[in-house]
Design a protein around this ligand. Structure first.
Ligand code: NDP
Ligand code: 8X3
Length: 249
């Protein structure tokens, strides 16, 4: 039977690659994001019977609710929820960071994610569904300038494990996926549109690709129903860990 997946943040990066991966495999995909023309491109490519574009800002609860209420009949039974939409804003140390940037990250990466999850939980329980939450290596390893972004992704990781515990016995599976450096529009967004800084971040580094992560999402979503990946931490070979800092006087 054809399965249905809802992927947030589908206009770019991991989300757009995941829409393609699942649509090519014959799934019905609900693709969400704010940039309508990009979602329409996916509908045009795969057909309206395969991809449904749900255009809304994740932080606008009324718009989110209206979009779900307007789902075509064929897309209403959601088997898999991929909470992927999110962003980092800024690389400055906490004492120089923008409070507005912090609020935007919290509103998007945390508040919107829990709102959509809460809304879909009854259906996911009924269908013994799968929830895949996009965390990050920043959830576990602090780095300078990571402050609120890392904190928001630590929330996503721990929320996922908490969900897993609460959903014990329901058959619902929950995974926190925690990627390291992957080349998407992520750094362009983080640097408020600084293309040179984005190019410098990925240049010569062989980062992961959006398709690499889409493949992991497909793997997690298609595991046999008795298996649950709790956390999946994944990095490019060219990225690893650095040491502690010591402030010597
Ligand atoms: P992109 O910037 O390429 O994609 C981000 C997606 O999130 C876009 O589709 C964007 O859609 C959507 N989004 C952001 N804010 C909102 C909003 N308010 N409402 C609706 N949609 C929104 O980055 P990635 O693909 O890299 O990022 C996807 C996820 O992966 C994020 O949660 C990110 O934190 C995480 N991640 C990324 C890593 C990386 O190195 N790239 C590593 C680890 C985790 P639109 O702007 O059209 O609304
Ligand atoms: C994005 C990966 O290492 O830039 O979540 O924080 S990192």
């Amino acid at each position: 039977m054809t399965k249905t997946i809802l992927i947030t943040g589908a206009t770019s990066g991991f989300g757009a690659a995941a829409v393609k991966r699942f649509a090519e495999a014959g799934w019905r995909v609900i693709a969400t994001g704010r940039r309508a023309e990009r979602l329409q491109g996916l509908v045009d490519r795969f057909g309206a019977d395969k991809v449904h574009a749900a255009v809304f800002d994740m932080r606008d609860e009324a718009a989110l609710e209206a979009s779900l209420a307007a789902l075509p009949e064929a897309f209403r039974s959601i088997d898999v929820l991929v909470n992927n939409a999110g962003l980092a804003l800024g690389t400055a140390p906490a004492q120089k960071a923008s409070l507005q940037d912090w609020r935007t990250m919290i509103d998007t990466n945390i508040t919107a994610l829990v709102t959509l999850t809460h809304r879909l939980l009854p259906d996911l329980i009924e269908r013994k569904g799968v929830i895949i939450n996009m965390s990050s290596v920043a959830a576990s390893y602090p780095y300078p300038g990571g402050n609120t972004y890392g904190g928001s992704k630590a929330f996503v990781k721990q929320f996922s494990l908490g969900l897993r515990s609460d959903l014990h016995g329901t058959g619902v599976r929950v995974t926190s996926i925690e990627p390291g450096m992957a080349e998407t529009e992520f750094t362009l967004v983080r640097t408020h549109g600084d293309q040179a800084a984005s190019d410098k971040m990925y240049g010569g580094a062989t980062p992961m690709t959006a398709e690499d992560i889409a493949e992991q999402l497909y793997y997690i979503a298609t595991l046999p129903p008795h298996l649950n990946i709790n956390r999946l931490e994944i990095m490019p070979v060219t990225q690893s860990f650095a040491g502690f800092q010591v402030d010597r006087k």
